[in-house]
Write a protein that binds this ligand. Sequence first.
Ligand SMILES: [Zn+2]
Length: 358
Amino acid sequence: MGAVALSGQSRVARTLSIYVVDVEGGNATLFVSPTGESLLIDTGNIGAGAVRDATRIMDAARDAGLSTIDYLIVTHWHGDHYGGLAELAARIPIAHFIDHGPNVQPAQAVDDFLRDAYPKIYGKGTHSVAKVGETLGLKGFQARIVTSAGQVLTSPLAGAGSANPYCAAFKPGTNNAEDPQSVGSLITFGRFRAVHFGDLTKNKEFELMCPSNRIGTVDVLLGLHHGQDTSNSEVLVHALRPRVAVMNNGTRKGGLPEVMQTLYTSPRFEDLWQIHFSVLSGQEYTTPGLFIANWVDDQAPTMPIGPVPLPAPGPNTPPAPQHDGPAHWIKVSALEDGSFTVTNARNGFSKTYGVVPK
Ligand SMILES: [Zn+2]
């Protein structure tokens, strides 16, 4: 094939592939460079979902032709982010394990995992704690840590640092202990820029983005804490000016009206892509189905027009709509000129976002 390429054919553009895998309201996002280097952010759900989610991550890894995961970042110690790790590590070698350090929200399953299982798993590779400002040792694209263990980037990146006009209207949020510890990453590939903040919550968003925007502008906002309204403040979303967001929501997790409104009103925003329909959006707030990767197993005759209120937790709470059938990812294919194409693996719908001024 090399001879063919040398004989005057135009060079094939180099692509960074990003797979946002359906792990049912958890997170697993896989980045693969043109030469097959890889970074996985999170491993899906704990418990009954772990085998399912590890299998789905492996489907993406196989699609990308990977035989190793070079870097794994576990954003924080919640079961929907580290849960499939043991199952995944049994299926594919993982070279470097990165996390924010110890769990700060005591929970038996996590504490047991960190004491007993995790050291044996990362012992087959290397392990480090993410330091804000550091860049991972990938050659094909850049991954820079911008938040970790409650620390945030303190000095602006090249080209960033202007005053953030949204700071004045910021309203503080509430959070548990672990979400704000999330390891957040800026991924760059030539002029293409994407961010994944794990489940970073509003008050940390404010610390990171105020009074000045130290990150700059991004093309794609990934994750969005499943579309929960404890995250996704305007100081973050509107200041980053993403053209596209890919939300890792569940069937009844995230996609909340406040977040949807923040996205739809964000400057420069073009499209929201979602891993699931969310009944919490209703037809009033949902993005069109073309942009949504997964349905539910048993279709209700219609989606409610208004957003369904989140039921209070308790023994009588009805289960969220189930999705155990075939799972589909959203794939972002980015070029070094900053343009990118997003594809919905369920229906083949794809859209290209051309080069625009930053
Ligand atoms: Zn989460």
